[in-house]
Design a binder for this molecule. Structure first.
Ligand SMILES: Nc1nc2c(ncn2[C@@H]2O[C@H](COP(=O)(O)OP(=O)(O)OP(=O)(O)O)[C@@H](O)[C@H]2O)c(=O)[nH]1
Length: 159
């Protein structure tokens, strides 16, 4: 997946077509494990993965990254459009989490597109991670696409 990401960075640089890198992390995952047990924690990971897989397009790349985080590589996408992805995953998650008794499960996301000095996949992942950290610090259940802009906080009926 990282190799594909490097290739997408090259394509974006060559063509000028934007691409976005996003990192996501389930909120308070440790509490889910502590409260419901490790097996339900694993189930929560699967629910998130299924919601994400069904929310991305066929040209996007999605996978687990560095243990607890999830990486999205989104060709032909601006960082502002990551808001829409965040909403789509949130809605899909809200549909499936109730069946599993995980009514309060949410996630946070940080996203950045290729522009200015952010030139390599490694740099983009680093900035996405910083923005994910900002989204967590700002209250979780939200995406941070640019810390100077307002973050999008999605509050679903059972969140
Ligand atoms: N069930 C399960 N738990 C895991 C797995 N990998 C990591 N964890 C647990 O995930 C937890 C990581 O939580 P963090 O992401 O650090 O913190 P958090 O509780 O989600 O808090 P925030 O990120 O601030 O929302 C730890 O308790 C790990 O043991 C896994 O594959 N399955």
């Amino acid at each position: 997946m990282l190799q594909c990401g490097e290739r997408e960075v090259d394509v974006s640089k060559r063509t000028g077509i934007p691409m976005t890198v996003a990192l996501a992390d389930i909120d308070d995952f440790k509490k889910i494990n502590d409260q419901y047990g490790h097996d339900i924690g694993d189930e929560a990971l699967k629910l998130f993965a299924d919601a994400s897989k069904s929310a991305v397009r066929s040209i996007d790349y999605f996978g687990r990254y560095g243990g607890e985080e999830w990486l999205f590589i989104l060709p032909n996408t601006t960082e502002a459009e990551a808001n829409a992805l965040f909403k789509r995953i949130s809605v899909k998650l809200s549909n499936s989490r109730q069946e599993h008794g995980l009514n309060h499960m949410t996630f946070s996301m940080g996203a950045v597109d290729l522009h200015g000095g952010h030139n390599t996949l490694e740099q983009l992942i680093k900035i996405a991670d910083e923005r994910l950290y900002t989204a967590k610090n700002n209250g979780k259940n939200q995406v941070c696409v640019n810390p100077t802009d307002q973050v999008l906080n999605v509050t679903l009926s059972n969140a």
